[in-house]
Design a protein around this ligand. Sequence first.
Ligand SMILES: *[C@@H]1O[C@H](CO)[C@@H](O)[C@H](O)[C@H]1NC(C)=O
Ligand SMILES: *[C@@H]1O[C@H](CO)[C@@H](O)[C@H](O)[C@H]1NC(C)=O
Length: 183
Amino acid sequence: MFKLLLLLLTTTTILAQQPYSFLQGQKPATKPHHKKLTHLRFFWHDIVSGRSPTSVPVARAASTNTSSSFFGQVNVIDNPLTEGPAMASKLVGRAQGLYALASQEGIGLLMAMNFAFLDGKYNGSSITVLGRNMVFTAVREMPVIGGSGLFRLAQGYVQAKTYTFDMKNMNAVVEYNCFVLHH
Ligand SMILES: *[C@@H]1O[C@H](CO)[C@@H](O)[C@H](O)[C@H]1NC(C)=O
Ligand SMILES: *[C@@H]1O[C@H](CO)[C@@H](O)[C@H](O)[C@H]1NC(C)=O
């Protein structure tokens, strides 16, 4: 019984320590004019409370305060993107742009943001995401509509999955998996 407990403890410790990595894979282009497929994974931190929020409301409609879906609010964001879910994990980029609360039923966002990467060879390159984000859906898919630097002529999609959402202060950590075709 004790041995089993020890084994369980060791396994959970190993799982908890499993390192996160930014680049998840890359399929090379087979012909020169073909695009390669890059899969990146990181965590997006929407910090709306505390001393240094990275997501600030800049507009509200008069009716926003009485709307359960916050319809009419717009936030501008400069959200850290980190390799693992912890804020202290390596910074790989920033999500800069805005989201608008654009649904009268349920919390639904119009997202318009650039992922400005800061890590290694991706430093200085970016991808642009524009899409619909129903935040209480398990996995939300949004289009990648372009990119710059290493991501020139990018096309693709991202999948967003909430990692933690703190109901009290409304801060959220969201896992993003990006699948991008580019030159
Ligand atoms: C909505 O509520 C916020 C915070 O309580 C307040 O600052 C703002 O003036 C209100 N806006 C309107 C349009 O009533
Ligand atoms: C990214 O590029 C900027 C500007 O060239 C440079 O100042 C910074 O040190 C680079 N960051 C990393 C992590 O390489």
